[in-house]
Design a protein around this ligand. Structure first.
Ligand SMILES: Cc1cc2nc3c(=O)[nH]c(=O)nc-3n(C[C@H](O)[C@H](O)[C@H](O)COP(=O)(O)OP(=O)(O)OC[C@H]3O[C@@H](n4cnc5c(N)ncnc54)[C@H](O)[C@@H]3O)c2cc1C
Ligand code: FES
Length: 325
C-alpha cells in the first residue's frame, strides 16, 4: 500500500470515537480525524451519530481524555508454531495483561502494540489479538525484520514486554462486518492473515451468522486456523497453492454463495485482487479488509500510517481511497 502524498482534510469516522480515549490529543491540536469543527471548520461533516466529539471536548474543559497507558506484561506461555518451513518462525505468546485490556480486546480488528522492555516506542509491533480471556490474551507473530526480531529475542529470553492497547483499527470496513456479521460472510485469509480472522469468526458465530473461510498457507506454509475456525462453526476450505492465487475458485464461490460480505485477511495484493473480483459482479457483497499499514504509535501522532491523507490507525479509511474497482 503506497503512502499517500495528497494531503486531504476529509473527515472519517474514528475507531476511538465513543470510547474512553475520545477526544484525544489530536482534538487539542486541531487535528481530530473525525470532527471538522475541531479542525477549525464551521460545518459539521463527521456523519457520526454517537456523542458529539466537539461537545465532549468542550465539556472536558478543552482537555483531551487520558490516552492508553503502556503496561509491563509477563509471558504466561510461549511456543513456536511447529508446522512451518525451516526459514519461517512464528511465535505464539499468551500474555498476562490488565483485565480491562483483555475485556476490550474481544472485538474483531483488536490489536495491541508490543515492544521489548527498555525499548522506545519505535520498536512497537502491532499484533492482532487472536484470543482474549479474563486477564490474558494471545498473539501470534511472524518474525520478519528488526522489530519482530527484537521482540522475539526479548520474549525468548523470558523478559517482560511492554504492551499498549488495545486498538481497534485492525480491520478496515468494520462497519460492514457490524452490519452483516449476522448474515453470510465469505472470508479469504492467507498466511499470518489467518490470525485476524479468528476474532472475526467468533463475532460472526455470536451474531448467528454463517462464515465460510477459504484459507491458504501463504508464506507461513501453515493453515493453523483450520481447526479453530471449524470449532467456531465456520465452514472451512483449505485452498491449495495455485497459479491464479485461487481467484477463479473464489469468484465461483462469490457468485454462487449469496454472500453479504467479503472479508479479506492477507496482503494488500490479495485485497486488491479480491476488490477487482467484486468490481466484476453486478451486485457485489460489501467489503472489509485487514490493515497492513505501518504503525508506530497507533494514536494518530507519528504519521507512519498515513494513507491518502487518512491516519489509518484511527480513521476508517474509505474503500475508494485505497482500492481500484
Ligand atoms: C493492525 C496490524 C495487525 C497486525 N497483526 C499481526 C499479527 O497478528 N501477526 C504478525 O505476525 N504480524 C502482524 N502485523 C504485521 C507486523 O506488525 C509487521 O510484520 C511488523 O511490524 C514488521 O516489523 P519488522 O521490523 O519486524 O519488519 P519490517 O522490516 O518492517 O518488514 C519485514 C518484511 O515484512 C513485510 N511487512 C512489514 N509489515 C507488514 C505488514 N503489516 N503486513 C505484511 N507484511 C509486512 C515487509 O514488506 C518486509 O518484507 C500486523 C500489522 C498491523 C498494522
Ligand atoms: S501509527 Fe502513528 S499516526 Fe498512525
Amino acid at each position: 500500500m503506497s503512502h499517500g502524498t495528497i494531503l486531504k482534510r476529509e473527515s472519517a469516522p474514528c475507531f476511538d470515537a465513543g470510547s474512553k480515549y475520545c477526544p484525544c490529543e489530536l482534538a487539542l491540536l486541531g487535528q481530530c480525524v473525525a470532527c471538522s469543527q475541531l479542525r477549525g471548520k464551521n460545518v459539521c461533516a463527521c456523519g457520526w451519530s454517537g456523542v458529539c466529539v466537539s461537545l465532549q471536548f468542550a465539556f472536558n474543559g478543552s482537555r483531551p481524555a487520558p490516552g492508553r497507558v503502556p503496561s509491563t506484561v509477563s509471558i504466561l506461555e510461549q511456543r513456536v508454531m511447529d508446522d512451518t518451513p525451516d526459514d519461517v518462525r512464528v511465535l505464539i505468546l499468551t500474555l498476562d495483561v490488565p483485565q480491562d485490556v483483555a475485556t476490550w480486546s474481544v472485538f474483531p480488528g483488536s490489536f495491541v502494540m508490543l515492544r521489548p522492555q527498555g525499548r522506545s516506542e519505535r520498536w512497537n509491533v502491532p499484533l492482532c489479538v487472536t484470543r482474549a480471556q479474563d486477564s490474558s490474551l494471545e498473539v501470534m507473530m511472524e518474525v520478519l525484520g528488526p522489530k519482530t526480531i527484537a521482540l522475539d529475542t526479548a520474549a525468548s529470553s523470558g523478559s517482560n514486554l511492554i504492551l499498549t492497547g488495545p486498538f481497534w483499527s485492525g480491520i478496515q470496513g468494520i462497519e460492514n462486518l457490524r452490519k452483516f456479521g449476522g448474515g453470510r460472510v465469505l472470508a479469504v485469509a492467507k498466511g499470518i492473515g489467518q490470525a485476524t480472522l479468528l476474532q472475526a469468526a467468533e463475532y460472526v458465530a455470536h451474531r448467528g451468522g454463517f462464515l465460510r473461510a477459504m484459507i491458504g498457507p501463504g508464506p507461513l506454509g501453515s493453515v493453523f486456523s483450520a481447526g479453530l475456525l471449524t470449532s467456531l462453526g465456520a465452514s472451512v476450505e483449505v485452498m491449495p497453492k495455485a497459479k491464479d492465487h485461487n481467484l477463479r475458485r473464489i469468484a465461483g464461490e462469490l457468485s454462487a454463495g449469496g454472500y453479504d460480505l467479503l472479508l479479506s485477511s492477507g496482503s494488500d495484493t490479495q485485497h486488491q485482487n479480491l476488490k477487482s473480483l467484486l468490481g466484476e459482479m453486478p451486485e457485489p457483497p460489501a467489503f472489509a479488509w485487514s490493515s497492513n499499514l505501518t504503525m508506530t504509535c497507533a494514536e494518530g501522532i507519528c504519521g507512519s500510517c498515513l494513507v491518502q491523507g487518512f491516519r489509518g490507525c484511527k480513521a476508517h479509511i474509505p474503500e475508494n481511497a485505497l482500492w481500484n474497482k
